[in-house]
Design a protein around this ligand. Sequence first.
Ligand SMILES: *[C@@H]1O[C@H](CO)[C@@H](O)[C@H](O)[C@H]1NC(C)=O
Ligand SMILES: *[C@@H]1O[C@H](CO)[C@@H](O)[C@H](O)[C@H]1NC(C)=O
Ligand SMILES: *[C@@H]1O[C@H](CO)[C@@H](O)[C@H](O)[C@H]1NC(C)=O
Ligand SMILES: *[C@@H]1O[C@H](CO)[C@@H](O)[C@H](O)[C@H]1NC(C)=O
Length: 247
Amino acid sequence: MMHDKFIIFMITLATAWAAPSSIPNSYNAPVQDQFLTTACKADDISPPLSNGTATLPAPPYGQKVLHLAVGRGTQNYTCDSSSSSTAPKAVGALAVLYNALCVAIDNPDLFNLLPDISLQFSTPGGVSGPVSPPSILNYQNLNVIGHHFFFNSTTPVFDLNTPNGMFGNAVMEKADSVNAPHNAPKGQGSNANGAVPWLLLNSTSASTGPVKTVYRTMTAGGEPPATCNGMPSSFTVEYAAHYWFLG
Ligand SMILES: *[C@@H]1O[C@H](CO)[C@@H](O)[C@H](O)[C@H]1NC(C)=O
Ligand SMILES: *[C@@H]1O[C@H](CO)[C@@H](O)[C@H](O)[C@H]1NC(C)=O
Ligand SMILES: *[C@@H]1O[C@H](CO)[C@@H](O)[C@H](O)[C@H]1NC(C)=O
Ligand SMILES: *[C@@H]1O[C@H](CO)[C@@H](O)[C@H](O)[C@H]1NC(C)=O
């Protein structure tokens, strides 16, 4: 049965990313995701905080997991010049957030593999938004729960409003980070430069909704090359990660 879930997820991933040019602002889900109701409660799960040697700060007392997503998209970078003496600058990211709460509770091993697995499926055109909601929606979950983008280069936003649920806009700032563990999936093919760090993000006053803290863990890919040598002035690197929303 888990195997079926896995296959269905992979097929929907492969067919759903049919060349959108950007992440849609709104998203018309035709059915209610049963797992956004009462089916899966996050009371007993919490994000991993250690990469093996360094540890992210624990969540503030009393905060609980509200939502849990697999994010799949791109990290964006710019290069001032195409030279080996400059390093790419991170300028944001775009990702679709898939509700992964039930799979995390039912099958943690599969959940932990999802960033790596989903990274191996390309997003045609280098983009990251499903434009074909029905094929993502199946009885086994992993519906779209939101979209991740940047307001500016230091302000990550998680728009958790979809017809599956109006969970608010989490407008965050970086509070802490640790490197991804050494064995984290490094990326796709020749772009395997490493996995982006694990992060702790704090909510800002611009947020709406209950999310106070976001953790990005279990990252796969997303790191740029070490230098700008041969790189264009802007480029994207494919990545996936777990996003934990607490409040
Ligand atoms: C990231 O790159 C994508 C694809 O090129 C683009 O649509 C998006 O606007 C970029 N976002 C940021 C924050 O630079
Ligand atoms: C991004 O926006 C926030 C909120 O308006 C602001 O505090 C911050 O200085 C901005 N950062 C940059 C790099 O513009
Ligand atoms: C993030 O929030 C936590 C809990 O409220 C707080 O202890 C910490 O100082 C904040 N970090 C930053 C960088 O604002
Ligand atoms: C954990 O992160 C720290 C700091 O970001 C880094 O120095 C260390 O090498 C990482 N440990 C492992 C096992 O990846």
